[in-house]
Design a protein around this ligand. Structure first.
Ligand SMILES: NC(=O)c1ccc[n+]([C@@H]2O[C@H](COP(=O)([O-])OP(=O)(O)OC[C@H]3O[C@@H](n4cnc5c(N)ncnc54)[C@H](OP(=O)(O)O)[C@@H]3O)[C@@H](O)[C@H]2O)c1
Length: 354
């Protein structure tokens, strides 16, 4: 049996964001009622794409202002909802007390709702692979749901780049699962861990998101090497959204489980850039060289770092077999991202002939 009724009501936090926007759209497409939670419902630069959705006109989609930094702000919104997709970022990933506090705010509102039965928490593959010591990836190269970053590493400190984000995501997953267990089965929490999201933006402000911003910079004529020469480990944003909906609906999965969302395709940043001309030769795109900002001691390790990443075994068996997911090829995600950056985002491309 589905944990939430088909056509029921789902609250989405971070609804104006890249992933949240697609989760809203997917839920509407599948017949749900959606309460889209944004920080400022009056900020049209971030919400006009939501109010332009047909479901808003009919009333199936409503917009609500809520900042998770404020305790109780989701109380009224979650009341009467069957599900919650907690997609939003938090304001600070370097302070675990803060992360714990704001997770507590959402959990309390879920408890107070007396109606929510399933919460999907949006985590990240950073909660799977983000190691403070990169050699841990050599020791444990299989990247599936059972893999966690080495919490015992003395270098795993919230203030180190990337580590706070990864630690905050693991903390959120555990807090939600523990709170759901304490609810005595009233509600359950499952966690989605997406890889690097690529795909079409729905609103111009979303062009500043992590991976689409790289593509925007490529189009504009200058882009950077990725940290530690890490290849992109991608998922189409539409697949991430679909996986969230399947995780809300699936009655076979249970509290505390997590599901990675990635296609297992990987591509170096230079090859992502080269894909643009290959996929869209009509653009007459003037393909820039990558800028490598790393200091010499990191540059000297380029070959070794690339081979560590190549040695990883990315797995998505659980999402495929239990949720029935199939993943969009990266070429399609890149093509659709580029076309949306040009149309929705108003990005000006550097062309060979200009
Ligand atoms: N993009 C990726 O490749 C990727 C990969 C793995 C995991 N994720 C995870 O997926 C989630 C969404 O990412 P995204 O790429 O869609 O990010 P995004 O486009 O930046 O959207 C995140 C949203 O979070 C909301 N937010 C931030 N602080 C908030 C607060 N204090 N209270 C309420 N809302 C707050 C913002 O809301 P407003 O717009 O209303 O201000 C924003 O729209 C995040 O949890 C992220 O960690 C993303």
């Amino acid at each position: 049996m589905s944990p939430i009724p088909k056509g029921g009501t789902v609250a989405v936090t971070g609804a104006a964001g890249f992933i949240g926007g697609w989760v809203v759209r997917q839920l509407l497409d599948e017949g749900y009622r959606v309460r889209a939670c944004v920080r400022d419902a009056n900020d049209e630069s971030r919400t006009a794409f939501l109010t332009a959705m047909p479901g808003f006109v009919s009333g199936r989609l409503t917009l609500h202002s809520a900042d998770l930094d404020h305790e109780g702000c989701f109380d009224a919104i979650f009341k009467g909802c069957h599900g919650v997709a907690h997609v939003s970022h938090v304001s600070n990933y370097t302070d675990m007390d803060y992360v714990s506090r704001v997770c507590g705010h959402i959990i309390k509102s879920v408890d107070n709702s007396s109606s929510v039965t399933r919460v999907v928490v949006t985590s990240s593959t950073a909660a799977v692979i983000s190691e403070a010591d990169i050699y841990e990836l050599v020791r444990r190269p299989v990247c599936n749901e059972d893999r966690y970053p080495d919490e015992m590493s003395p270098k795993r400190k919230a203030e180190r780049p990337g580590q706070g984000y990864s630690m905050g995501k693991v903390l959120a997953q555990n807090m939600f699962a523990d709170a759901a267990a304490e609810s005595g089965g009233t509600w359950e929490a499952v966690t989605c861990c997406p890889g690097d999201n690529v795909g079409p933006i729905l609103s111009a402000h979303q062009q500043l998101g992590a991976w689409q911003q790289h593509i925007k910079k490529m189009l504009e004529g200058e882009y950077m090497q990725n940290a530690a020469y890490r290849p992109w480990m991608t998922v189409d944003v539409r697949d991430t959204a679909e996986q969230h909906v399947r995780m809300l609906e699936n009655g076979e999965i249970g509290n505390g489980e997590r599901y990675i969302a990635w296609s297992t395709e990987t591509r170096d940043v230079e090859d992502v850039c080269a894909s643009i001309s290959r996929l869209l030769p009509e653009l007459d795109f003037d393909e820039p060289e990558v800028t490598d900002p790393f200091p010499d001691h990191i540059k000297a390790r380029e070959g070794e770092l690339r081979s560590i990443w190549q040695g990883l075994d990315l797995r998505n068996d659980r999402a495929r077999s239990i949720l029935g997911m199939e993943f969009i090829p990266l070429d399609v995600s890149i093509r659709d991202c580029v076309e949306s950056l040009l149309t929705v985002g108003g990005v000006q491309i550097k062309r060979s002939r200009s």
